[in-house]
Structures are given as C-alpha cells and as structure tokens.
Design a protein around this ligand. Structure first.
Ligand code: FAD
Length: 462
C-alpha cells in the first residue's frame, strides 16, 4: 500500500481526499499502482507513450506513491471546482507517483472506483439469524432503518450455465443478501433445476433461499412434491405464484387437478404445511398485465389515478382501470389474509406509481412488508421486450431520454442511463421509507446490480 488508509485522514493527502469527496467523488482508500517510473511503465504495458501522455493531460483522479508523493500533491495546480482542470507536473514526481488521467468527472469517478474498494455507507449491518424471511425482516427492521438487499436468479438450461451461475452466486453471496430467490421455470419447465439450485445454494453458499413455485402445468401433487422437497432441504421460504402461460399459449388455464390461482396455492400451503413456510406473494403496482387493457376499450376519459398508471406501447395506450385495480387490491389482500407474509412486486420504473400502490394497499389494511422488484437496465432491445411483456409503465421523460440510446453504438450510454435511472428510483424508495429492503432481479449476472448498489453506497468491500 503506498498511502495507508489511515494516513488518508490527515495531512496534505487528507485535504486532497476531502476536497474530492466534497465534489462527490468516492475516495476511500488509495491503492498501489506504481512505486517508480519503471513500475508505472510496467503498469501501462510497454506503451511508454501512455506514461508520457499522462504528463500532458489534465487530471482529476490520482494515485500517489510513497511519502515523497505527498510533496507532489502540493504541486498540483488547477481547480478542484472544475473537474478536468487539475494538473500535476509528472516530471517532478515521476519517481514517486502515477497520475491517472481522466477527462471528465464521470471517467474520473470510474477510475477512482477501479482503484478503491467500496465502502458500505449503511455502516455496520445487523447479524440476522437465518430462517423464515418474515422473521428475518422483523429482526432486520428492529435493528436498523437501513435497507437490506436480496437477489433473484432464474435456473439456466445447461450444466455449464449452472456452474457459471454458482460462480456468480458465490460473488453475490459476499454482499450478504438477506435471501436469494430462484424462480420456477415458466410453464413448470425447469422445476427440478429450481429445486436443485435452491438446495445447493442454501448449503453451498450458506444463503437463505426463497424458492418460487407456480401452479402452471402442475397438479396439486407436483406442487406438493416441490414443497416437500424444499422442506426436506430446510428451505422455509416460498414465493407462491400462479405462473405465466407456457410459451405459445396466450391465456393461462388451470391444470386439471391443479390450482386456479396463487391464492389457492397459498391456502393449500397453510392447510397442509402449517406455519413452516414464510410465504411471499406477487404484487403489481400497475395492475397485473391481464388487467392492463387498451384505453380505447374503456370508451371514456381516464381518471387522474388511471392517468398515473397509463402505459404506452408502440403508440397504443393501455391502463388497469380503477375498477380493475380495486379488484387487484382486494385480491392481494385475500392472498395476504390467507397466509401471504411478504409481497414482492413486479418491476416498475415510476416511483409515483409505486408510492400510490403503497398508499392504496395500506388503506386496504394490507400490513405485509413490501419488497420492490428492481430490474436493472442492460440493453435497449431486452428492456423493450421485458417491459412490453409485463406492460410496464415507462415515464415519458424516461422514454425520451432512453430513445436517444437505442442504437448499437450507444450501448454504454444506455447502460449508464439505466444505472442512473434505477439508482435514482431506489433512492426515492429508500428515502420514502416505504420498504425494508430492495429486491434485485439480477438477470443471472452480478454486474448491473453491483453497479447500482455501488451507486447507492450499499456495496460491501470483500
Ligand atoms: P395470481 O395471484 O393468481 O393472480 C393472477 C391474476 O389473476 C391477477 O390479475 C389477479 O388479480 C387475478 N385473480 C386470480 N384469482 C383471482 C380471484 N380469485 N379474484 C380476483 N382476481 C383474481 N412466473 C414464473 O413462471 N415463475 C416464477 O418464478 C415467477 N416469479 C415471479 C416473481 C414475482 C415477484 C412476480 C411479480 C412475478 C413472478 N412470475 C413468475 C410471473 C407470474 O407468474 C405472473 O405474473 C402470473 O401471470 C401471475 O402470477 P400471480 O402469482 O401474481 O397470480
């Protein structure tokens, strides 16, 4: 370590660091990059020109080497108030420091984050006794008002991808999620995989698993097999769902000898398995897609609340009408009254919609904790497909901004836009103190959820 972390708090370096922090940079710890010009050259490969170029550029992000570098800090010229204007004469400090250059505040922030390990701004988080999710949430909220995080994965189809997922889970487990979800394959197609993954994640990665279970294409016995196997493996958390129709089928139909809806499954679980499971149920801040219908079919003006939920897709307007939304809320209450302990929501991108949903469910007397489903944005095409499938409302300003980045040459800009939008959304949710945690739909990778958590200041140093 060139400048020890404890050394940062005081002296010239400390002043530099706090000035950076005042400007919104996150400097937590300095990392060794080079101790001499030769090492610096090695760091940049054999491209000596890169080292030379450093000297000629403005720098807003720096790594300094050794006590001599502190003198170098004093030789900085430029303005901390204007990112991109700080200059260091590398010639003076070449033996002692490497100055990493950045031409904008954003790229500087990126560099700094590359060098420096994250700090979880939530501080010391409570140690939770593992078990039912509703119990774990009670322990959590009794100990802190900071949010927890949880992650969701789906079972991949090949053994190679399962292996890869285990590697991702191992990384994500270090972030100490309160629990990790494994979805039940659409149409019941990958049920054994869900069971296998859930079992192995709980034992191999010491995680509390929240296993999804749907009613699609399953008789009661098959659902019960899932529940019994989960129980045998010590899994005491289930998301009880109806499921979507299998691929190629437009409408959901109950299987003979199966359940008609998630409510039936919740009732069955409580009747046959007592209080063993914490049961999680799905909630839809914009209404379930089956009840989001073309506005023109309503044949009337929209009410103020309907306008809040309005969805526009390919030039057509859709909405879950107030009457239908009322049915949805009553039905959600039934699911909770029947034994649903926690509500996990469908993805959404409009805080106002979520805020209104929360007020309405509380007005209905639903007291279950609600975990907002956070879906990071990854690529324009995939985002459009997913939000189209779920009939997700995309606020006008989001749509306008996002459409600027739809081209193949704008992938990075799209990701950056998405990170900012979703991090802002999370910040609004947390600031409103509506939920005890944030539930990330990870899309079987770690990167985007990590980046969002980093922006929120929730990334643990591992
Ligand atoms: P239900 O609770 O049965 O509701 C479905 C619709 O029917 C709603 O509109 C509801 O209002 C209506 N309805 C049903 N019964 C009644 C009634 N008695 N009275 C009035 N209205 C009624 N899909 C998968 O295949 N695998 C997964 O692992 C999975 N995980 C998910 C996790 C979350 C958090 C969410 C939000 C969704 C998930 N889905 C998953 C998708 C989900 O299966 C679909 O959205 C499905 O169409 C509905 O499931 P549900 O459990 O909400 O259904």
């Amino acid at each position: 370590m060139l400048i020890k972390p404890e050394g940062i708090a005081s002296g010239a370096v400390g002043k530099v660091v706090s000035k950076f922090e005042d400007k919104g940079y996150q400097l937590k710890k300095m990392k060794q990059v080079a101790v001499s010009k030769a090492t610096a050259e090695a760091y940049y490969g054999d491209n000596a020109a890169a080292v030379a170029a450093i000297a000629g550029q403005d720098a807003v992000a720096m790594v300094w080497a050794g006590p001599g570098a502190i003198a170098g800090v004093a030789k900085l010229v430029g303005s901390f108030d204007t990112p991109g204007t700080l200059v260091c004469d590398l010639a003076l400090t070449a033996e002692k420091a490497v100055v990493e250059c950045a031409t904008s505040k954003e790229s500087a922030a990126k560099l700094i984050k590359l060098w420096l390990p994250p700090v979880d701004t939530r501080g010391v988080l409570p140690e939770i006794k593992q078990g039912r999710i509703d119990d774990m949430i009670k322990q959590w909220t009794a100990a802190t008002s900071e949010p927890f995080i949880s992650f969701e994965y789906f079972p991949p189809r090949t053994p190679e991808l399962v292996e890869k997922l285990h590697a991702t889970i191992e990384v994500m487990a270090k972030q100490k999620p309160l629990f990790m979800d494994f979805t039940w394959g659409a149409g019941g197609t990958t049920s054994d995989l869900t069971l296998d993954l859930s079992k192995s994640a709980q034992t191999k990665h010491n995680l509390m698993v929240n296993m999804h279970l749907t009613c699609t294409n399953q008789e009661k016995e098959k659902c019960d097999y899932g529940l019994t196997e989960a129980k045998k493996a010590g899994i005491c958390n289930i998301v009880a769902l109806r499921g979507d129709p299998p691929k190629g089928q437009a409408k959901w139909v109950a299987t003979e000898g199966g359940f008609n809806c998630a409510l039936d499954l919740v009732k069955y679980m409580r009747a046959n398995h007592g209080d063993y499971f914490s049961i999680q149920v799905a909630g839809y801040p914009e209404g379930h897609p089956d009840r989001i219908k073309p506005v023109k079919d309503l044949g009337r003006e929209l009410t103020a609340t309907e306008k809040e939920r309005l969805v526009e897709m390919d030039g057509i307007e859709y909405v879950c009408s107030d009457d239908d939304f009322e049915i949805e809320l009553n039905y959600l209450k039934e699911k909770c009254d029947a034994g649903g302990n926690i509500i996990i929501t469908q993805l959404f991108y409009d805080f106002a919609v979520f805020d209104s949903f929360m007020k309405q469910i509380r007005a209905k007397g639903i007291t279950a904790e609600v975990l907002p489903g956070i879906m990071p944005l990854n690529a324009y095409g995939g985002f459009k497909r997913m939000t189209g499938f779920c009939k997700t409302r995309i606020p006008k300003n989001m749509m306008i901004e996002m459409d600027k980045f739809k081209g193949d040459d704008c992938k990075d800009a799209f990701v950056e836009f998405g990170l900012k939008w979703v991090a802002d959304l999370c910040q609004q949710i947390v600031a409103a103190k509506l939920c005890p945690g944030l539930h990330f739909y990870c899309l079987n990778q770690s990167e985007r959820s990590y980046q969002i958590m980093e922006r929120l200041g929730y990334l643990r140093s591992v």
